[in-house]
Structures are given as structure tokens and as C-alpha cells.
Design a protein around this ligand. Structure first.
Ligand code: WTA
Length: 682
């Protein structure tokens, strides 16, 4: 990794803690133990304070009004959208079990695709809505708002012709091509509920997600293309559909034109279907609380949850936060590198930017193909003004040194953003100094699939920046730190992060399992939304997210439930039992460490280790492939049979002096064995 010491006063990053023989330089706070200094404070740039949507006083005033007059405040914010019937009921929320409800703008009527497309046509019909940069650096295309609207209408008409009606679910399994945004907006146009499944998921994972929400139609592509390699999307769909008898139609978008099998009567190419339909389509009037989409995400236990977002509140939040956090003005070129398979792609590639009449750049490729300059080349090629990516990409590129960055211009850039995982100060400083040449503010945005959009972030005209801190809540967001028993913690302190009141972009339910929604988020600390994250608040009231406090791990910004990896492992015929934990990884943030107990007659070998890694890859997807498999004759369990994950985490982290009390274990000797056979990380 690049050293920070040469950066003079900016380099006061005291929390780089090489540890143990493997000594990867990983800051303490990436390990979740909060031992981070507050470091340097970067004040708001004067130029930004003058021109931004909100300066410091404006932020204070908005935050205060959102508290004292929530209905008035949010009515005004929602007024940024075009409503068929403007809402008169604004906020109707209770987090208490007895009268639990989350409803925003409940009597309002609108259509999301109209807000993202039709309403911009008069003034901006010929403005580029989407710039698509292909995996191949020689190829890009653009779509104006007018063209995008026509394409969305065609796709909407294709879906209608397939019998899709308001409220039906449609699964979208597409690569990063404009058709992905088109498919999402087409669903929104006719009131269908989309469920986008990341193209990196395996057939099995895709099948589970199709079954859970009972989609009848799947939209996919022949193949995806990333980093010069093809991804067999259609073949994965074929495999998945073996266990999804409810699917009647598969719409296949041509991407690579690779040969793919087509099932007669079920599969059809979009390029052919679209020639048979009109390019206009009446938008469906939707109630603000009608579902817009389902997005599956990992929790600490059980199968992935179908996070459900609704129409009015979600779009209000996506648009409002996109404008505020990035200080966005219509027509600016905005690039969020996230895949549309994740919530960041939903809110900041598609819905937020398009609602705000942005030019949104969609990138099909990866940061290091064909060279490590790709991001910066794309920024120069399309004159990108705002760039939003994940710390894992920044860390990976930082390792390659400054030259791939400095040989590009990046003069068009004016703001940088980070999302998805804690950003270590070292990476923040590199992003700030080398990529942004100390002239672009960085917004470190903390949020979750569940929150619909950003909840905490510096605002470029209002908030100072601290490398590694997401600083302050947005107006209307009320964070609180509590201890394990739920006692509210005041002042500069670490604790579990809860949000005490609702915001419009909050998820409304877990699809098909409202009880699970309440149990997961509102019972640990009754009456409060529990984020699953730990955080520290410093003397200035700034927040520092320290990572998940539950059994969710964050690998390269991808959220993975350890329970999912465990269940994939135990599905292997050789495996008797498995326990999976995260450990600090210098590029990915966290890596996946698996302790595996084999069946009695199976011999642990290197071949089997590789086989199990490949197995998880196939069961869930390549991004969930374990980094480490350690064979363990036994796992540390309490006498009641509960696996002591705390001990497993400490061993994986190589923090052996902190194993804590092992005397309550049913068999304390298993710990000695685990330590002795710990798999060394390089
Ligand atoms: C983590 C992604 C620190 C956090 C938008 C959260 C972050 C989980 C940040 C949600 C950040 C996201 N700083 N941690 N700026 N942003 N996280 O649902 O642990 O994929 O709970 O949503 O990512 O991941 P999800």
C-alpha cells in the first residue's frame, strides 16, 4: 500500500496498525474496535459554502425544521416530484409494536417513470440521460431523455403483452447495460414490482429470489461482459428455472450475441419483441405506498430478505439525497460505479439521478481493465463531474501507485463520493490528494439497502470532512447510540447505531414476511430502527461507522450473511458443520474465513479445500468465494451447543491474546487446536 508519510500534514493518520507476522497495514477501525484517532479535519471549501444547495446554516435550519415541523418540511421536499394527486397526509409512523406502521404521503398518487422521464422532456428531451461506457474502452453509447422514454415505453408494452399487470413481480437479471435501467423504469411505468438480482449471483441464488417473490417474468441478457470475460447470464437463468415452474416468460436482451439456448414458448429476444409494440405507454397512477421494488439483501440469519421499497417515499428520498449530498444540478455528469444489482445502483445510477434530470453514466466494466487507469480515463472521456465509488476499489487502485491516476487529467471532477463500507483514512487521503488533487470534497455516505438512500454524510457546502467519518445525519435523520441493553449513550462514545424516527426512504416490509421485518429491525431496541452497525460519536458529534455488529460481513462492499455461506458449505456432502466469520482484508475490507468440520470418514486435503471454495462460488456467486478454509475437528461451543463466534473471529483476526474466557466451552481444547492450525494469511 502507498505510504501516507510523504504527505506532510495530511499524513497524520495514526491508526495504521501493522499487526502480527502477516502485518498487513490495516487501520484498527476497519477491524471494528473503534480505536481510531479523529485525525485531520478538512473544513468546508469556501467556494462550496457559497454556492451549494445547503451551507452550514441552511443545514442546521433544515435539520431543525424536519424535527419541529416534519409534515411541513416533508410536504415541501416531496413537492420536488410531480404528483398526479399531491399528498395531504405526510407522515404516519409508529415504530411501536402495538400500532406499528410506516406510511409516507399515503394519499398521494404519482408514477415514478413519469418523474424520471416524461417531466424532463419539454426542457431536456435532447439532453443525454444515460451515457453507457462499455467494458470495451472503444465503445460507448448515449441515450437522450426522449430516447430513454421511448425505450422504456417499448419495454413496458412488451411486459404488458406478456400479461404483466400492476403489482406483479418481475425479476431482472441483467448486466450493466442501459436495458437494465430501461427494465426497471418499464416496471415502474406499469406498476409492476421489480426485483433486480445482481448478475454475479449463481443460478441457485437467482432461483431462490425468483421463487420468494413469485415472478412470472424474468428479463435477462444472452451474456454479460466484465473485464473482457463473459458471464453466462441466460444459461444461469435456464439452470435456475429448473426449480421455478411459475416463470412463464423470459425476455432476453442481446448483449454479446453469443449463442444461447432458447426454450420455445418461454424465451424470446427483446430485439424482436420490441418491434411489435408501440413506443408510447400510458403510465399507471400509483399510490405513494404502492410497492416500487424488492431487493434481496443478507441479514444475520436465515435466507436473504426481500427489502420492499414503495413509490412516493423512496423516490422523494432518492432524489432529495442525490441533490443534497452531491450538490447536484440538472445536466451535470454523474457517475456512480455501483452495479444496478445493489441498492446503490438503484438509488444513484437510476432513480435519484434521473428524477433530478441528470446525465447518469453507467459503466459495464471493472476498475482495472484494460488498465488501472480505466476509471480516470472514463472520467476524462466523458468529462465526469461527480464520481461515486466504493473503498474497496480505491484501495485496490491505491496499491498500483499514483502513476495510473496522475497520467490522466481529471480536471472535470468537482466532487468525490464513497459508499458501501468504512473507508480507512489512508484510502480517504489518497482519494482526496491523488484522485481529487485536494480540490474535490469527499462525501463518505453511510446508508443501507433498508434505508433507500444516504442517511449520514458530509454535505459539501455545509459539513467539514474527516477521513473515515460519515460525519452528520441528513435533515430528518435521527441517529442514536445505545449499549447492548438499550441504554441511550450520550456524548463522545461508541455503541450500537439506531435511528429513532422514520424518514421517507425507509423500507416498509420484508416481502411476504412482515413479522420478520418487525422482529429483525424493531425488537432488539423496541421502538427504534436497529441498523446492525456499530458506530462511534466523537467530541464534535461526528459519527464513525465501525462495521457490522451482527453476523453480516462486508466483502468488497458486498453484503454477505455468514449464515448463507455456512448453509452453502454444509450442503456439500463432505461437510458436517461450518462456521463463517469475517476478518480484516487489506483490499476487500473483510475476507471470508470458514471453519469447516468434515464428516468422520473424510480426509482434509488441499484439493478438498479448493473444492469447497469453488463450491461456495457456485452455490452463491463468485463474490462470495471464501478466502480461507480451515479444517477444524471441532468448533468452540457452549454447553448448550451455541457456537462461540467471538472466539472464531479473534482467531481469524490473529488476535490471539484476546480470546477471552474459554472456560465456559463444552470442550476448551478445541480452541488450542484451532489456534495451532490457524491458516496464515499473506
Ligand atoms: C456498510 C450499501 C461505513 C454498513 C449502501 C451498512 C458503510 C452496510 C458505509 C449496508 C459507509 C455502507 N461507511 N460503512 N460510508 N456505507 N456501509 O445494504 O455496514 O449493501 O450496514 O448498502 O454497508 O450495505 P448495503
Amino acid at each position: 500500500m502507498a505510504a501516507v508519510s510523504g504527505w506532510g500534514k495530511l499524513g497524520r493518520s495514526t491508526n495504521i496498525a501493522p499487526r502480527g507476522p502477516s502485518a498487513y497495514s490495516i487501520p484498527n477501525f476497519l477491524r471494528g474496535d473503534c480505536a481510531v484517532s479523529d485525525g485531520e479535519v478538512f473544513p468546508v471549501f469556501e467556494t462550496w459554502a457559497q454556492k451549494a444547495h445547503l451551507d452550514a446554516a441552511g443545514y442546521e435550519a433544515a435539520a431543525a425544521r424536519a424535527k419541529t415541523d416534519p409534515d411541513g418540511f416533508w410536504r415541501e421536499v416531496a413537492g420536488r416530484l410531480d404528483w398526479i394527486t399531491p399528498p395531504t397526509q405526510i407522515k404516519d409512523v409508529s415504530f411501536n409494536k402495538s400500532d406499528f406502521r410506516i406510511r409516507w404521503f399515503a394519499d398521494g398518487v404519482l408514477n415514478v417513470s413519469v418523474n424520471c422521464l416524461d417531466r424532463h422532456i419539454a426542457a431536456r428531451g435532447d439532453q443525454t440521460a444515460i451515457i453507457w461506457e462499455s467494458d470495451d474502452p472503444e465503445i460507448h453509447t448515449t441515450l437522450t431523455y426522449r430516447e430513454l422514454l421511448a425505450e422504456v415505453c417499448r419495454m413496458a408494452n412488451v411486459l404488458k403483452a406478456k400479461g404483466v399487470r400492476k403489482g406483479d413481480r418481475v425479476t431482472i437479471y441483467l448486466p450493466m447495460i442501459p436495458a437494465a435501467a430501461v427494465a426497471m423504469l418499464a416496471c415502474a411505468r406499469i406498476g409492476a414490482v421489480h426485483s433486480v438480482v445482481f448478475g454475479g449471483f449463481s443460478p441457485d441464488a437467482l432461483a431462490g429470489r425468483i421463487q420468494d417473490c413469485d415472478s412470472k417474468v424474468v428479463i435477462t441478457a444472452d451474456e454479460g461482459l466484465r473485464g473482457g470475460k463473459t458471464v453466462p447470464l441466460k444459461r444461469n437463468v435456464d439452470e435456475a428455472l429448473k426449480t421455478c415452474p411459475g416463470v412463464t416468460d423470459v425476455v432476453v436482451v442481446r448483449r454479446t450475441r453469443g449463442e444461447v439456448p432458447m426454450t420455445e414458448g418461454r424465451d424470446a429476444f427483446y430485439s424482436e419483441l420490441k418491434t411489435t409494440v408501440a413506443d408510447t405507454c400510458e403510465p399507471e397512477p400509483m399510490n405513494a405506498e404502492d410497492p416500487l421494488f424488492i431487493l434481496y439483501t443478507s441479514g444475520s440469519t436465515g435466507k436473504p430478505k426481500g427489502v420492499l421499497h414503495t413509490t412516493g417515499g423512496y423516490l422523494t428520498w432518492a432524489a432529495y439525497t442525490h441533490e443534497l449530498v452531491f450538490d447536484y444540478r440538472p445536466g451535470e455528469i454523474f457517475w456512480c460505479t455501483a452495479d444496478i444489482g445493489w441498492v446503490t445502483g438503484h438509488s444513484y445510477v437510476v432513480y435519484g439521478p434521473l428524477a433530478n434530470a441528470a446525465t447518469s453514466l453507467m459503466f459495464e466494466g471493472v476498475p482495472n481493465y484494460p488498465t488501472n487507469s480505466r476509471f480516470w480515463d472514463v472520467i476524462d472521456k466523458h468529462q465526469v463531474e461527480i464520481f461515486y465509488t466504493a473503498p474497496t476499489a480505491i484501495r485496490a487502485l491505491m496499491r498500483e501507485g499514483d502513476e495510473p491516476v496522475t497520467r490522466t487529467s481529471r480536471k472535470s471532477l468537482r466532487l468525490l463520493g464513497s459508499v458501501g463500507e468504512p473507508i480507512n483514512p489512508e484510502a480517504w487521503l489518497w482519494y482526496y490528494r491523488v484522485v481529487g488533487e485536494a480540490r474535490c470534497p469527499i462525501v463518505d455516505t453511510w446508508w443501507q439497502t433498508e434505508t433507500g438512500g444516504v442517511l449520514m454524510s458530509p454535505l459539501p457546502g455545509a459539513t467539514h470532512m474527516k477521513p473515515g467519518s460519515c460525519t452528520k445525519p441528513l435533515p430528518g435523520v435521527q441517529p442514536q447510540l445505545v449499549d447492548a441493553e438499550g441504554k441511550v449513550l450520550d456524548g463522545a462514545v461508541s455503541g450500537n447505531l439506531v435511528i429513532t424516527d422514520s424518514w421517507p426512504g425507509q423500507m416498509r416490509t420484508v416481502y411476504g414476511d412482515h413479522e420478520r421485518f418487525i422482529a429483525t429491525y424493531f425488537t432488539t431496541y423496541p421502538g427504534k430502527y436497529f441498523t446492525g452497525d456499530g458506530a462511534r460519536r466523537d467530541e464534535d458529534g461526528d459519527y464513525w461507522i465501525t462495521g457490522r455488529v451482527d453476523d453480516v460481513i462486508n466483502v468488497s462492499g458486498h453484503r454477505i450473511g455468514t449464515a448463507e455461506v455456512e448453509s452453502a458449505l454444509v450442503a456439500n456432502p463432505n461437510v458436517a458443520e461450518a462456521a463463517v466469520v469475517g476478518y480484516p482484508h487489506p483490499v476487500k475490507g473483510q475476507g471470508i474465513y470458514c471453519y469447516v468440520t468434515l464428516n468422520a470418514d473424510v480426509t482434509p486435503t488441499d484439493i478438498l479445500e479448493a473444492e469447497l471454495k469453488g463450491w461456495v462460488r457456485r452455490e452463491i456467486g463468485p463474490f462470495a468465494a471464501p478466502d480461507v478454509v480451515q479444517f477444524a475437528p471441532g468448533l468452540p461451543k457452549t454447553r448448550s451447543g451455541k457456537i462461540m463466534r467471538r472466539i472464531l473471529r479473534k482467531i481469524a483476526e490473529d488476535d490471539l491474546s484476546n480470546l477471552g474466557d474459554t472456560s465456559t466451552l463444552a470442550d476448551p481444547s478445541v480452541v488450542d487446536d484451532l489456534v495451532k492450525n490457524r491458516t496464515q494469511q499473506s
